[in-house]
Design a binder for this molecule. Structure first.
Ligand code: FAD
Length: 322
């Protein structure tokens, strides 16, 4: 049965995020050959981003461009997204399980009075059903879910589902829709950043993470150097953030960010279950710890027993030679 599926793209800081293309791939499975309609909400340059969505597999794209959509607020984005959903009446909706997706999707699902499968890491057809897989109990188990009624609405975990090949020969309409966004209860005046520029943790292919073993904020320096040569981002355990060695925005885990990079290098992190909840789905895990009994070695593909202050600079030096 083919379905019309709406993919809500993610525009952050004026850029279209990769998870948008991953959501299009997921939407292809949900649509079973039906139409894929992209939706972009933002304040400028949406037409070019719409074309990108088409190159990655959307059939056409609807944009809502408004100054009130410059920064995400659930109120403004909710109103704009609902206006398009009411017009399009899709049978499926897919978006990224990002900070925005986690906030917007339940709001939309409740307005549509439909269910929501959040944080899906896989979906496949099985007989007449579409089966979504999602982690539960902090990643210790996985559950498989099907939707039997209403709109098939899912958020997908970033970095799990491969985008389709970009194909510039694909064409489709990018149309804009005016929405009267009004009565906003929240308006963002200014965004004050605590962390420096660099690769976004949730989208990084490589993460070098530090734990209490780095011992100080200066202790993060060798990790930053390794991340730089690998084109990656720096992350942290809650142990490191609690000890004020780094900002909480770097925290990975149950109460921090959930990441799935191609390579995760854990330095001086013991591997508490709450930390594993945020990183154990990484494709390759390397652990550096001076305690051979550390739990992190149970999830690591490669383990180095040693002092991180010796091992990390050596790794950086060797990688620089490549
Ligand atoms: P530690 O457990 O102290 O480990 C430090 C490690 O560094 C040790 O294994 C040690 O052998 C090693 N080490 C020390 N010196 C060196 C050296 N020179 N070279 C190499 N290795 C060295 N934690 C998270 O990370 N993320 C979360 O989201 C999170 N959420 C939580 C939610 C709840 C409700 C609770 C109760 C806890 C949560 N925690 C979370 C905390 C978690 O339980 C651990 O306390 C925390 O992950 C420990 O951080 P750590 O591994 O950096 O520190």
């Amino acid at each position: 049965m083919s379905r019309k599926v709406l993919v809500i793209g993610e525009v952050r800081e004026g850029e279209l995020r990769n998870v948008t293309f991953e959501a299009i791939t997921a939407a292809k499975t949900v649509s079973e050959g039906g139409e894929i309609v992209g939706l972009l909400l933002g304040s400028d340059n949406l037409e070019d981003m719409g074309k990108e969505m088409i190159y990655y597999g959307a059939d056409r794209v609807v944009t809502v461009q408004d100054d009130q959509l410059k920064n995400y607020t659930s109120d403004a984005f909710g109103q704009a997204a609902m206006a398009v959903i009411e017009d399009e009446d899709p049978e499926g909706i897919v978006m990224g399980h990002t900070a925005i997706g986690k906030d917007l999707s339940p709001k939309l699902a409740s307005k549509l009075e439909t269910g929501l499968i959040s944080d899906a890491i896989n979906l496949e057809e099985s007989g007449d059903n579409l089966v979504f897989t999602r982690p539960i109990y902090s990643g210790k188990a996985f559950e498989k879910k099907i939707i039997t009624d209403g709109v098939i609405f899912a958020t997908i975990r970033p970095n799990n589902i491969k985008p389709l090949e970009r194909d510039e020969s694909r064409s489709g309409d990018v149309t804009s829709k005016d929405v009267d966004i009004k009565d906003l209860r929240t308006v963002i005046q200014d965004i004050i950043r605590k962390t420096s520029d660099g690769v976004d943790l949730s989208e990084a292919n490589v993460i070098v993470a530090g734990g209490r073993g780095v011992k100080s904020s200066e202790g993060f320096k060798p990790l930053e150097e390794l991340a730089e040569v690998l084109g990656g981002a720096v992350g942290a355990s809650r142990g490191a953030a609690d000890a004020e060695y780094c900002d909480y925005s770097l925290q990975i885990g149950q109460t921090g960010k959930v990441v799935t990079p191609d390579l995760y290098i854990a330095c001086g992190i013991s591997g508490a279950i709450q930390h594993l909840a945020g990183m154990s789905n990484s494709k390759v895990i390397v652990a550096i710890n001076k305690d051979p009994e550390a739990n992190i070695f149970n999830v690591a593909d490669y383990g180095i027993v040693g002092d991180l202050f010796e091992v990390v600079p050596k790794l950086t030096e060797e990688i620089k030679k490549i």
